[in-house]
Design a protein around this ligand. Sequence first.
Ligand code: RIB
Length: 325
Amino acid sequence: MPKEIRSSIVVVGSLNADHVTRVDQLPRPGQTVTGREHRVFCGGKGANQAFASAKLNGHVRMIGCVGTDQAGRTLTSNLASAGVSINEIMATESAGTGMAYITINEAGQNQIVILPGANALLVPEMLEPFATTLETARIVLLQLEIPMATVEAVARRARKAGALVILDPAPVQPLSAALLRSVDYLTPNLGELAALTGQPVNEGIPIAEAAGMAAPLAAQHGIQIIVKMGDQGALCVRPDRQHHHWPAFPVETVDTTGAGDTFNGAFAVALAEGMPDQQAGFFACAAAACSVTRLGAQAGMPSRSEVDALIRSSNPSHQSAGTPL
Ligand code: RIB
């Protein structure tokens, strides 16, 4: 299939209504805390990645499943408002739209519980009508809030047809070797990387140590691993164990919900525009930094001009687009 008649970015994933409560401190097990504010936002890792890409001028289609309820309609129309093609989002009467219960502390850190609802009904057979969409995609974005069998089937089909496959392993769960064979970029955060590699979670670890955690996985499966490290930036580890670090852009953090999704959406747009992945990661870090300055997953996502402005205002050492270690 010639590249010019391929659609750019296809997201297959979840849509959730995010019920967000702000608190001073996240509750410990058994503890009750008092919330300060409760709001409902558009979210879901799949929808977030589609929304982020479209806001940054990506040409995006989303395949997903919502209920026939108001939440499903709101989520779908919010995607459309950003320019996402929503014709392949199905509405089912068999379940309600997915929901997420999110608690955010003063530092913008979150705890998230999801109820998959209609997202769990997106089984591989439901994708048959969309074979052409998958087979003509240049880049396919996947996460793990839909059934694993669907993720595996989409990755296999898209990769076979020549697409680049980016998998966000969240919420983290074991990944088969067959799935990893169909993936180009795996994008865990540090906690997810620790779970995937059976190592202890160690926030704030040196970059070289995080690279050491990811290197065997990257080498074993021949994949690029991009580790999203919050205020430590992001790290790309290649199958030959070479790695590259992008520092974080210093910003005031209000809410980190959806920052990882913004990174993936922006990374896909940059690759679709032909940027090399080192430059794409730099752009994605800037987009993720913009997103944490506002409340809400999709509500906090930046426009292209905001990301460009942050990049322009960053200091020259930052503009060197990261450091090979
Ligand atoms: O990645 C953030 C997202 O995780 C939220 O929008 C929530 O819906 C959960 O899926």
